[in-house]
Design a protein around this ligand. Structure first.
Ligand SMILES: NC(=O)c1ccc[n+]([C@@H]2O[C@H](COP(=O)([O-])OP(=O)(O)OC[C@H]3O[C@@H](n4cnc5c(N)ncnc54)[C@H](OP(=O)(O)O)[C@@H]3O)[C@@H](O)[C@H]2O)c1
Length: 456
């Protein structure tokens, strides 16, 4: 009350002066009421005929032939527009080439590795009918990860119904649009919990285990995830009477390895084959693709730093394109023949880590000093990095980096490789530019002609 008395009377306070907000037309528009404009426009356009419907519109949505032609045209145009390996065509040029292609009924040119970048709809005769043809239900543990989402997409296009068993299904909803309505269903499951594993595989035809970790955190230990959980999944699959189990391990999974990651993967493989001898195990080398954690990470660091620290620069890798890898998994589901074996999955090239970094730098057209860190110093750094919630690298990963990560001679001789499965792997040359160009200074555009090399 005393405060009120101190205040001056406010006869023209804010509330008294406030004007009613009226819609203000944008500059350049007259205040002629919209109704009058509408009537005028109808009168002026009355004698002009509306454009005739094309034959597809006349016949309605069931006109599949023209719809397919239209889809093919669009796909061909985008294929020409971003065809890897050759200089990308302009929009007009690609449209012209696509029109010619459709007119002449020629097959769309597919370069090595191009096939998988294209939407599978293009390859199908009837894109709408293809969905839902397959009645098999597949449960994928770890389906929300990098390999998982590509596998989900591939299997969805092949018509499988998919149950994605994840710890946080509400965060895996982005997987749903990869298939038809209701075809992909994220479900809560923690592979450390036997009950949720059993519930996730109830009534399924195929079980795929992709779940893994790269560093330990709390209860998520290598032993718990790679060994005990793998064993739990195999046991549950057997108990549920499911006939197909596919397990993903990693190259270098040896019981004698100095790395705990590799040892736990080896123990998991052993348990899987013990409980489920018909299981198929895949051991991939480095997997690359749009969301990978290797090439993308190198590219990010090259953008931020003038130098790139590298541990184990002489270690050899055989990177495999994620789409080739998922194709192999899908083939293993389709052809139930070779069960109870371990496939070693690698790409067509064997390169050292240093060569991989150099390849990344050449794709993103950046220069960076490659700084090789010796193993003793790397170990010292890892001790501190391990304390971070998401460590850049750990001691265990340094142990892993000491060993080559390539397909063994034995696997090649026995045909337990991608080639053995009848898959021709794609090279990095064709794939890397499709997702790394965003790290270039000029993005996906060609640098101006007069720009010197040092500016790039
Ligand atoms: N990417 C490579 O370069 C590479 C190389 C060699 C081998 N591999 C193998 O390939 C497989 C897939 O790799 P990736 O790169 O796709 O792995 P990723 O992206 O790390 O995905 C791992 C998945 O495992 C799930 N997971 C972890 N702990 C779980 C738990 N307790 N319960 C349920 N799910 C759990 C994660 O789900 P959350 O989101 O819930 O954590 C995630 O979806 C792995 O077995 C990996 O070892 C990959």
């Amino acid at each position: 009350m005393p405060r009120r008395r101190l205040e001056l009377p406010r006869p023209y306070g804010h509330q008294h002066l406030k004007l009613a907000r009226l819609p203000v037309p944008p500059p350049g528009q007259s205040h002629v009421p919209k109704v009058i404009l509408y009537v005028l426009s109808i009168a002026l356009l009355a004698d002009k005929k509306s454009p005739p419907l094309n034959s597809c519109q006349q016949k309605g949505p069931l006109c599949t032939e023209e719809k397919l032609q239209y889809i093919s045209f669009n796909k061909a145009r985008s294929a020409f527009l971003v065809s890897p390996g050759e200089k990308s065509a302009t929009w007009k040029e690609s449209e012209k080439r696509a029109k010619m292609l459709i007119k002449d009924q020629i097959q769309i040119p597919q370069k090595e590795g191009r096939e998988d970048l294209m939407d599978p709809v293009m390859k199908q005769t009837d894109p709408v009918m293809k969905y839902g043809k397959n009645e098999k239900l597949v449960t994928i543990f770890g389906g929300s990860g990098f390999v998982g989402r590509h596998l989900v997409q591939r299997l969805a296009h092949q018509g499988y119904r998919i149950r994605v068993a994840v710890r946080r299904p509400e965060l895996a909803n982005y997987l749903r649009p990869l298939g038809n309505v209701g075809q992909i269903h994220p479900l809560h499951a923690n592979i450390r919990d036997p009950c949720s594993v059993a519930r996730a595989i109830e009534g399924t035809d195929v079980v795929i285990n992709l779940a893994a970790i790269l560093f330990e955190k709390g209860p998520q230990t290598f032993k718990a995830i790679h060994h005990h959980a793998a064993c739990r999944i195999a046991q549950a699959t057997l108990d549920a009477g499911i006939t197909q189990l596919i397990h993903i391990s990693a190259l270098g999974a040896e019981s004698t390895s100095p790395s705990l990651y590799a040892r736990s993967k080896a123990a998991g493989e052993k348990e899987i084959l013990h409980f489920f001898p018909e299981a198929i195990i895949f051991r991939p080398s480095l997997v690359f693709g749009p969301e990978d954690q290797v090439f993308n990470r190198f590219a990010i660091l090259a953008r931020l730093l003038p130098f790139l620290p590298l541990i184990g620069s002489k270690t050899r890798f055989q990177p495999v394109f994620v789409s080739d890898f998922t194709k192999a998994i899908a083939r293993a589901i389709e052809e139930k023949t070779n069960t109870g074996i371990i496939y070693e999955i690698g790409g067509p090239e064997v390169l050292t880590l240093r060569e991989l970094v150099e390849k990344t730098l050449s794709v993103i057209q950046r220069r960076c000093l490659i700084l090789e860190i010796p193993f003793p110093l790397a170990k010292l750094l890892a001790v501190f990095f391990q304390l971070l919630p998401r460590p850049l690298f750990t001691l265990d990963q340094i142990h892993l980096l000491k060993q080559d990560n390539i397909v063994s001679e034995t696997a090649i001789k026995q045909g337990k490789t991608l080639e053995g499965l009848g898959i021709k792997p794609c090279g990095m040359e064709t794939i890397l530019p499709s997702y790394l160009t965003r790290f270039r200074r000029t993005g996906q555009f060609e640098p101006p002609q007069n720009m010197e090399k040092k500016d790039i």
